[in-house]
Design a protein around this ligand. Structure first.
Ligand code: FES
Length: 450
């Protein structure tokens, strides 16, 4: 089922790349990150074009819950402990500034996208001290945050960590307006990138700066993003009749519901698992059951799912793609925080491409310090990949396709809920007939009779 955003928004079609060309910056991917990067590069005086394999906003931007927040789960206490106060403050301020910049753009351009300032809370039904600690950490970094015992939720909580002046909006209305400011070629899939040349089905584009804003970079080497990132799926349902009109809430306990109002609706989020690990299904049913316990008079009117790239240390990779490719840049690994991270990416990548000072760049750099926590995650990620690869030569089963991932060969797992073949290694997804749904794979699956 498509998201509420996608069902409500029609974005004007663009032509495909008309042939070979040259420009100063080329951006691969016309989601929010790509469009904003192109906009700020253009503002900085660079010629920029965006290449999109499908349509503007057809990827993850249309499936988000569209929260614009510096509150990203329990992050600030950990960041101070692991990276130090200065780096943690850069993370905090980059995200706080992103919220301000969205508001400035919306006002300056008069974009009707339901932009609303709202508070955001982490809640727990048991853990008071962790929430207090997080509120103190965030406040010490300059965020308007506090611990409170009361919440606006219809069930008792031990407390909340509340961030003030966060925001939410309609992501596709905003994207549609911003896309009018830049040059985008749709139905123009980037197939290869060599040196400063992007090869597509419709022609080649040469550029001094090449930005990968395509969710999961499809180039394996250099960069090795496949080895330090995996993907997760999460589930959202839009309910009416709940009565909740303000406040975004995220539970810190595994399996807790999240809440995000939108007009008369309330978006309830829950479930979530590594992509390729849902062979039993039941995610929507579980979400429905939990929501019904909280809002017995409510009713679901839509549901959809999202796919997120998760890094080893929970911080996005934004910056230079690899030391071996000085003109390449990447923005990926946003976790569940795609909207704010898109704006942070656009600001950092524009600064890098134009040689402007940007103190926030170090904490997001793909080449930042490797932490002990990241090492543990790396081992776990490696274990999943090894298992997926080990099944490569097992019999293919009954379907028409060979269920091995064209990315690196892992055995795909059938996801009955979404009727897709999903890869547990790096999260590529394929339709019933093997057609590509999500990368990093670049092609569909092979059929048995091929
Ligand atoms: Fe990498 Fe499937 S996504 S092997």
């Amino acid at each position: 089922m498509e998201s509420i955003w996608a069902a409500e928004t029609k974005i004007r079609r663009r032509e495909s790349l008309p042939g070979d060309g040259e420009t100063e910056a080329v951006i691969i991917g016309a989601g929010l990150t790509g469009i904003l990067a192109a906009y700020y590069l253009k503002q900085a005086g660079l010629q920029a074009v965006v290449l999109e394999a499908d349509r503007i906003g057809s990827g993850q931007t249309g499936n988000t819950t569209a929260k614009i927040t510096s509150q990203h789960g329990l992050v600030y206490h950990r960041l101070i402990r692991v990276f130090g106060r200065e780096m943690a403050a850069h993370y905090a301020m980059a995200n706080e500034n992103a919220i301000e910049e969205y508001e400035r753009l919306v006002r300056e351009k008069g974009i009707a996208c339901d932009f609303t300032r709202d508070f955001a809370c982490l809640y727990s039904q048991r853990e008071e001290s962790i929430l207090q600690q997080e509120a103190e950490a965030a406040e010490s970094l300059g965020i308007g945050a506090s611990f409170q015992r009361e919440s606006g939720l219809p069930f008792p909580v031990a407390g909340v960590t509340r961030f003030e002046r966060q925001a939410r909006f309609h992501p596709l209305k905003f994207l549609a307006a911003m896309a009018e400011e830049v040059t985008v070629y749709e139905q123009t899939k980037a197939l290869r990138v060599e040196g400063q040349k992007v090869e597509t089905e419709k022609g080649c584009v040469r550029a001094e700066h090449i930005i990968f804003a395509c969710h999961f970079p499809f180039i394996n080497v250099p960069g090795y993003y496949f080895a330090r990132m995996y993907q997760e799926r999460s589930y959202v349902a839009a309910w009416e009749g709940t009565g909740q009109r303000e406040g975004m809430y995220l539970g810190i306990e595994p399996g807790a519901l999240s809440f995000r109002p939108q007009g008369k609706l309330l978006f309830l989020g829950g479930g979530g698992h590594r992509t390729g690990k849902n062979s039993q299904g039941g995610q929507y049913e579980g979400l429905r059951h939990k929501a019904g316990m909280v809002y017995p008079d409510g009713r679901e009117i839509a549901h959809w799912s999202a796919q997120d790239c998760m890094t080893l240390d929970g911080i996005p990779y934004i910056g230079r793609f690899s030391a071996k490719r000085p003109g390449w840049y990447v923005a990926t690994g946003f976790g569940k925080w795609g909207m704010t991270s898109a704006m942070v990416s656009a600001q950092i990548l524009t600064a890098l491409a134009t040689g402007r000072e940007c103190p926030e760049k170090d904490i997001f750099s793909p080449r930042r310090r490797f932490t002990a926590g990241a090492a543990k995650k790396l081992a776990c990620h490696g274990g999943h990949t090894a298992k997926g690869l080990a099944k490569h030569f097992l019999p293919s089963g009954e379907g028409d396709i060979i269920p091995n991932c064209p990315h690196m060969g892992c055995r795909l797992e059938w996801n009955p809920e979404e009727e897709s073949y999903d890869c547990p290694c790096h999260g590529s997804r394929f339709g019933r007939k093997g057609q590509l749904v999500d990368g990093p794979a670049q092609t569909g699956c092979r059929r048995k009779n091929e």
